[in-house]
Structures are given as C-alpha cells and as structure tokens.
Design a protein. Structure first.
Length: 301
C-alpha cells in the first residue's frame, strides 16, 4: 500500500494513469482509512480505469460488478444452484434418506452456493483482498443501493439460509457513476467522494503520450487542442479521454501527421457518438474549430 500522496500518484503513473493531486489524495485516504471510493463524472473520463490500474499496481484480483437496469441481489451477491439441489433431493429420496431437516441442511450448504461478485470480494484471500469495482451504479435502482449499505458500512452480507458472512479483510471498493441520476446520500456518506473531470490540455497530452505513443508530437498537440475546444461546444455528448485516445490511434493508423478538414470529417465517428453532433461539425463548426487550433498553435510555436 502507498504510504503517501506522492507514492499514490507514482503508483497510478506506473500503470500509465495520469492523475492530478486531488485524485491521488482521495485515493490515498480511501486506502489508508479503508473506505469505499465513490467516483463520479462524465462517461469516458477514466473512472473505471482507476480501479483496473489500482488492482494491477497492488497485485490484487479485480472483481467487477457491471451494473444495469434490473440488477438484483441474486446477480450481484449469490444464488443457489437449483438444478444441482434438485438432483441431490432426488438422490436422497432414492436412497431412502427422507429426513427433512438433514435434507434442508444438506442442499442449503456451501456446495450449492453460487458466489457472485460481491460475495467473492468479501471472501477474498487474506493478505490479498481484491479490488471490487461497482461500475455505473446509477444504472441500478434505489432498492439495490439500499442493499449495498450493509456491504459498504460493515463489510458483510446476510444470506437467510446460512447467516451473516463477514469479510476477514475488507476489499478495496471503487464505485463509479456517470450521474444519469442522483445516488442517495446514505450511500455517499459511507464513501470518500471525488468528481473526475475532463483533464487539462497538458494532462490530456501526457495521457496521449502514454496511451497512444504512435501519434507524433505535432498531431497529438493538434488533436488535444481540437478536443478541448470541442468540449466547450453545445454537444449532446462531449468526447471523453477514451475517445481522444481512440481518435489518436485511428489517425495514426491512417498515417496522419497533422489534422486537416478531410481527415477530421472522415473520422468524426471515432470522436463523436451521436449523429446530430457529427452533422453539426460537418456543417462548418468543425472547420472553424480546426482553423482556430491551427492559428493558436502557430502563434504559440
């Protein structure tokens, strides 16, 4: 475990994650205090990547619970292997073993329990507790949030047929949300909070150097400047860092050395994901942004 904010920043940098000091600080505190980390921000700004890098850097298993509408306890925590239980019942009946109490104890045992991500995380290996990533929590409903309260506050869950299962060593919990809806305060209070914003131009350029090393320096500067201006436009969905990396890799595959109107128009589908946004750029706004970028870089250079 890192012993300082600087060590935390270095740990992330070792996994090619370029973090500002505020993020390194809250991550250090979450690790030091054993508290879940609640990361909120627009899609594509690198929230999920933090958990992945953390698991790799600390040599911990990564257990990911991908949230979706309708997610329930059986998919997130556990369920019983009903088919195997039915076979066990039939075998006991065929052998003449009809003791109901013994049969109940036998079929609701560990042998028939299917562990889902949260239970797997709570039963992690001592000394190597996993990183539990609860990704895009805002896709679930309030009932699932309420279920998580016991897990986040006490590092335990209750299974009616077995009892309470408590973590020997609490997992490192990272929760992400794209803020498509508000998460209840009761859950947030159990976590340390951080808003993951779009990076500055300097930090985004550093990210490109690490994640898209094939892009030449001039092209990287131009596309970062273009994306930074694009985010200030009134778009349905502004491009995230993930789209910037994809765009740099796509232009590199096309052997581009610099941006030009044709290449921008041809590759807008890599950067923007909604037709209305693409159409708006193709009507002339994209050309205007590119002209501004070329002019400003020429003056700066």
């Amino acid at each position: 475990m890192p012993q300082s904010i600087e060590e935390t920043a270095s740990l992330l940098a070792g996994g090619d994650y370029v973090a500002d000091r505020s993020l390194a600080t809250v991550l250090f505190l979450a690790l030091k205090m054993g508290r879940p980390l609640f990361l909120e921000g627009e899609a594509g700004v690198g929230k999920t990547e933090i958990a992945k890098v953390l698991a790799k850097a600390l040599d911990r298993p990564l257990i990911r619970l991908q949230c979706y509408e309708g997610l329930d306890v059986s998919s997130a925590l556990y369920e019983w292997n009903y088919a195997a239980q039915m076979i066990e019942i039939r075998l006991r009946e065929a052998s003449g073993d009809t003791d109901r109490n013994a049969m109940r104890a036998g079929i609701f045992s560990d042998d028939f329990l299917i562990r889902r991500p949260i239970l797997q995380a709570l039963e992690g290996e001592p000394g190597r507790a996993p990183v539990l990533l609860i990704d895009e929590l805002d896709r679930t409903d309030e009932a699932f949030e309420a279920f998580l309260l016991e897990v986040l506050s006490d590092n335990q869950v209750t299974i009616p047929e077995i009892g309470t299962i408590r973590a020997g060593e609490p997992p490192i919990v990272v929760i992400t949300t794209n803020r498509t809806r508000e998460i209840h305060d009761a859950l947030k209070r159990r976590c340390l909070y951080h808003w993951v914003d779009y990076p500055s131009a300097e930090r985004e350029l550093e990210i490109l150097h690490r994640k898209a090393p094939g892009a030449n320096a001039a092209l990287a500067k131009e596309l970062v400047a273009f994306v930074q201006r694009l985010r200030s436009a009134d778009l349905f969905k502004a491009p995230g860092v993930a789209e910037t990396i994809d765009w740099a890799n796509a232009l590199t595959e096309l052997n581009a050395l610099a941006l030009d109107p044709a290449k921008v128009s041809d590759t807008l589908g890599v950067l923007l994901k909604y037709q209305d946004d693409i159409a708006r750029m193709e009507k002339g706004e994209g050309r205007a942004i590119l002209d501004e970028v070329k002019r400003d870089l020429a003056l700066a250079g």
